[in-house]
Write a protein that binds this ligand. Structure first.
Ligand code: DX5
Ligand code: ZN
Length: 220
């Protein structure tokens, strides 16, 4: 699957970019919520999320880059998040926060920064619906892909198989068709893509480049 990150979209013409997304083959819209504390950047908040929800029938994949994200779980659920992901590094009681998200009837995700080991998920892997591997340090779009992420995806795939977990592997940051292929081959299920699509003269065609790759992955 492909999750389109709106971080690099044109916020003065968001309806145009959402229309492109709605008509595209992308599966989820990925919303990066940053607080300027957990990450060195601040993005958009609740009013924008509400407007995006009203403008698309596709699932909202909300990536919370906040300290104490448990404070905002109910609010983002009410705003229409379909997948709600918190950072493992930001949660003192990750198990409780994951249960809270799942009790709302939506998918619960845990995100790992580049330095956080896959082994740290051993005791939670059967509770989560999605693991989001950060393949850049979170905070900004348009950064270079960290190559070690491929190995992390392989390790995560092995952990998921060993544990009989149903978790999806999502990868976020610096993804283009070349890095995307390596990730799909390593076991990734969902690719988050931002600047590669929005910097392209034809965003819809850029999304299609990944669909070809995904179809190849399915045939393997
Ligand atoms: C980075 C964000 C990403 C970002 C990806 O902190 O979590 O979702 O938008 O953008 P690109 O594809 O430009 O790396
Ligand atoms: Zn993200």
């Amino acid at each position: 699957m492909l999750a389109l990150s709106l971080l690099s979209a044109d916020f003065l013409h968001l309806s145009k970019d959402l229309e492109m997304f709605n008509n595209s083959e992308a599966d989820w819209v990925h919303l990066d919520i940053m607080d300027g504390v957990f990450v060195p950047n601040i993005t958009y908040g609740m009013p924008i999320v509400a407007q995006i929800k009203a403008a698309t029938p596709k699932p909202l994949d909300v990536h919370l880059m906040l300290v104490q994200p448990e404070r905002y779980i109910d609010e983002f659920h009410k705003l229409g998040a379909d997948i709600l992901t918190v950072h493992s590094e930001a949660c003192t009681h990750l198990h409780r926060t994951i249960q809270h998200i799942k009790s709302l009837g939506i998918k619960a995700g845990v995100a790992l920064n580049p330095h956080t080991a896959i082994q740290s998920l051993e005791e939670i892997i059967n509770e989560v619906d999605v693991v989001l591997i950060m393949s850049v340090n979170p905070g900004f779009g348009g950064q270079s892909f960290i190559k070690n992420s491929i190995e992390k995806v392989k390790k995560l795939k092995a952990l998921i198989q060993k544990s009989n977990s149903g978790a999806l592997i999502e990868v976020d940051g610096g993804i283009n068709p070349a890095t995307g292929k390596l990730l799909v081959d390593a076991g990734a299920d969902v690719l988050v893509v931002g600047s590669f699509v929005f910097r392209s003269p034809s965003p819809a065609a850029a999304i299609k480049e990944f669909r070809v790759l995904q179809n190849k992955g399915k045939n393997q």
